[in-house]
Design a protein. Sequence first.
Length: 81
Amino acid sequence: MAAASALISVRVPTAIAERLENLAKTVDRSKSYLAAEAIEEYLDIHEWQVQAIQAGLQEIDQGAVVDFTEVKKQWGQVLED
């Protein structure tokens, strides 16, 4: 069973549209396929990044912080090894 899909319209600079067209021809895929893949990859990266930042901020709010001098000390030991 195919996944449901939605139609979206995106305005991009002509140079980007031309690059997409050329790549689509080269790899024998549709422009829609490549654009959907690019959007999915972008979302994967940025959703993960935002979640990691939010988790870090939540740890800070809960008091889970490390003193900077302790970090320097630990990294100094790592660099010496």
